[in-house]
Each structure stands twice: as structure tokens, then as C-alpha cells.
Design a protein around this ligand. Sequence first.
Ligand SMILES: *[C@@H]1O[C@H](CO)[C@@H](O)[C@H](O)[C@H]1NC(C)=O
Ligand SMILES: *[C@@H]1O[C@H](CO)[C@@H](O)[C@H](O)[C@H]1NC(C)=O
Length: 301
Amino acid sequence: MWCWLWESIPSLTDIDPYSLAFAIVASILVICNVSSGVQLAELGRYWHNERREVDFHIVPAPNRSSGPSNNQSPINIETACYVRSNFVDPLQWSHYDDLPLGIRLENNGTTILLRAVFQGQIPCIDGGDLLGRFHFHEICFRWSWYNNAGSEHTVDNQHFPLEMQCLHTDTDSPDYTSSQSLLMISYMFSLSEDNPYLDVLVQHLATVQRAGQCVELPPFPLSYLMPPFYSNFISYHGSLTEPPFHRGAEWFIWPYPLAIGERQLNEFRQLRNAHGARISWNGRPVQQLMDRSVYFNEYRC
Ligand SMILES: *[C@@H]1O[C@H](CO)[C@@H](O)[C@H](O)[C@H]1NC(C)=O
Ligand SMILES: *[C@@H]1O[C@H](CO)[C@@H](O)[C@H](O)[C@H]1NC(C)=O
């Protein structure tokens, strides 16, 4: 025994400190995973009393939020599992460069909402594989206090610090009902230099720090915030991410993150909820993809 120990000490010191640290971290991770797997298994047994044997692979994860379980958003996007899709009808973005009559920013206690009124046509998108024309309705944002969390969607299990979701409906009336189709166009942001296009909005966040506060912004074209894209975007069929988790929302996700500076991100992190506390995270956890496909759409003329 002692001989073995003495023998192994010099060989341990031969190992470089990085691999040693790595090995320790790896074993801690393994231990944690095993114990959370055991917890899940316990829960699974609780739900399925008839099931006796413990099988880590078929135990369902606990429901993290109530609501319908099918076709829910957000999801994790696995870039290795894209279904490639070609379309020949180009996407048409109309009137996103128009100057609105007015833009209103509201802190509604869970997120920040941007709405706009237009003198002429409401900005709309059609073409591609879209079944109809979708009109701009409102923009909301998802963030958290941490740079490695915040976005609702994840790409290969990685969050972005901010996600901007632009809701579109298939009518141009200001209200929508459950019978209407929704298109959510979503952009991710990653930490970098300040983004001057975002300042038209970010510099006014301080005036809507408390829930219920609204401010009129000097108008700017929506294309400042929403750069149009024409190819190489992701789509899938999902839902709204807030109660009642309205189904029938088509998601378009622009997978190439836009820039946001730390200073700009911090303005979002100062926003407060209805209880006066700073909003620490306003996203819904990732939902299961189930039998849905995630498409990577390419325009072929
Ligand atoms: C999870 O939620 C779905 C939808 O509400 C429900 O049908 C299902 O039974 C729930 N699963 C568990 C284990 O509670
Ligand atoms: C805030 O706005 C979002 C997006 O429209 C909505 O889903 C949410 O329910 C609103 N929150 C409150 C407290 O009204």
C-alpha cells in the first residue's frame, strides 16, 4: 500500500497542473451530474408510481413552466441538426425604412415594449415561404444580469446576453386574436463595442426604469433596430413565450449576433419590475423541440 503511494507520488507530480485541474473539475462535474440525475429519477418515480426500475434516459425533465407542451418556444437551436431549406421567392421587407409618426417605449414590468404609429403603410414582410403578409406590431427584449444568459433562444446551448423579438401579425389592425397567425422575428446580441443604432432606444431606458413608465422617442426608422435579412436565417414553428403561450407563431431567427456594448446592456439591467426590484431575468426556459424541425433557409434565385 505505502509502496504504491510512494510510487504514485512522483508520477502525479509529472502530470502538468492543467491536466490535473481539468481532471478534478471533470470528476466534480461527473459527481454533480450523477446526483442531479438521481434527483430527476426520484421525481420521475414520483410521477410514474407504477415504474419501479430507475432509467436515467427515459425519466422526463420536470415541467419548468405550466402551459401547453406542444410547439412551445423558446428552444435550443442545434446547428448540427438544421434542416436545409431553399426558397426561390425573395423575402420582401416593406416600409422598414419609413420614419414613423411616433415611437413609444414602455416598461410593462416584465419587459420593455416598443410600439410605433405610422402615417402611411405599416412596415410588413412577405415572400419567402411565408403564407401571407405580416405587419409590424411591437418589439420586446429579453435580458438578464449575466452575460452568459439573457436570451430566450440558445444556439448550441449558449445564451446571448440580449434577444430582441419583433412581433408581426397577419392583419394591420392594432389588436390580434388567437385566430391570427403570428410571425416573431428575433435577433441576438453579443457583447462588443457600443452599437450606435441601439442608442436611439438605449439612451431613453433611464426614463422608463420603473414599471408602468412610458416615453415618446424621437422617431427613427425601424430598420435601425431590425436590419433586414434575405437568406441564411433560421425558422421553426413555436409559440409566444409569455402566458397564455399562444401557439401558431412562426419564428424567424437571425443567427448572426448584432453588437451591444456593456454600457448599453447595463441600461437594460437597471429596469425594474412592478415590485420595484431590478428585473434579473425575463425569459422563459428552453422548451423541448419534440418532433419539430429547425430550418436553415437559403435563398436561391
Ligand atoms: C407537463 O406539462 C404538460 C402540459 O401541461 C402535461 O400534459 C404533462 O402531464 C406534464 N408532465 C408532468 C410530468 O407533470
Ligand atoms: C408585457 O409585454 C409582453 C409582450 O407583449 C407581454 O407578453 C406581457 O404579458 C406583458 N406583461 C405585463 C405585466 O403586462
